[in-house]
Design a protein. Structure first.
Ligand code: NDP
Length: 236
């Protein structure tokens, strides 16, 4: 039964990660979330982890393994933005975003792959963004980190595809969370005009796609980029 597989979602205390954790709980999976602050939703095990720190990621996985068992489904969701135009972007603005969004995914997936290889089964789901392939003025750091996840998932598919492990990217468009709440009103209205669906999505609409990718129905899908963007990227 796929619902016996242990799920770990990074950044599951709020936003999209929290909605993903809730969906997995509702589907009957044992679910752990990592959080730097706060707690995951009801029914989840919350472990502390900062994805920029490999030792902290390792300790979080060890705790999940002790309490729930080896992680079979990993959702690399934790991410940050530090938006500004190229000429104003500092080395730190660039490095910290890439280190969290892409480097964090590397640390988390590397640690998760050990158990998956042993089990010869695993689902790696990376939360990217429409911006990774569409581009976005003021987000060179963020878009680079999110585009990197596509090469990551495809290389992982080639490395581990024969071991029962799939790796896919989910690329959300504009989702109602704290991250988009920070955008100026006129920017939000401009984006809405460009989205064929004419609206932002709820975090739950992303979560439904993620739980489907973890299911047996998606066993033959790997290296894919699945947009959840109301048509903004036209399937990229
Ligand atoms: P939020 O800002 O609401 O949440 C971000 C999450 O990431 C929080 O749980 C945060 O933890 C965690 N996080 C950030 N840095 C670290 C770190 N160093 N170590 C561990 N956890 C960390 O974002 P969203 O829910 O909106 O976004 C979730 C993912 O979806 C991100 O990867 C984002 O890029 C992506 N995305 C979002 C879109 C949107 O429209 N909202 C669109 C496309 C993609 P803490 O609470 O401790 O800060």
């Amino acid at each position: 039964m796929s619902a016996d597989r242990v799920v770990l979602v990074t950044g599951g205390n709020r936003g999209i990660g929290r909605a993903i954790a809730e969906r997995f709980v509702a589907a009957g999976y044992p679910v752990a979330v990592t959080a730097r602050s706060g707690q995951g939703p009801e029914g989840t095990l919350t472990v502390r982890a900062d994805v920029t720190d490999a030792a902290s990621v390792d300790a979080a996985f060890s705790e999940v393994e002790q309490q729930l068992g080896p992680v079979a489904v990993v959702v690399a969701n934790a991410g940050i933005t530090k938006d500004t135009l190229l000429l104003r972007m500092t080395e730190d603005d660039f490095d910290s975003v890439v280190d969290t969004n892409l480097g964090g995914t590397f640390r988390v997936v590397k640690r998760a792959s050990k158990g998956m290889l042993k089990a010869r089964w695993g689902r790696v789901i990376l939360i990217s963004s429409v911006v990774g392939l569409y581009g976005s003025a003021g987000q060179i750091n963020y878009a680079s980190s999110k585009a990197g996840l596509v090469g990551f998932a495809r290389s992982l598919t080639r490395e581990l595809g024969a071991r029962g492990i799939t790796a896919n990217v989910v690329a959300p468009g504009f989702i109602e969370t704290e991250m988009t709440a920070e955008l100026p009103e006129e920017k939000k209205a401009e984006y809405k005009k460009a989205i064929p669906a004419g609206r932002y999505a709820s975090a739950d609409e992303v979560a439904g796609v993620v739980t489907w990718l973890a299911s047996e129905d998606a066993a033959y899908i790997s290296g894919a980029v699945i947009p959840v963007d109301g048509g903004l990227g036209m399937g990229h």
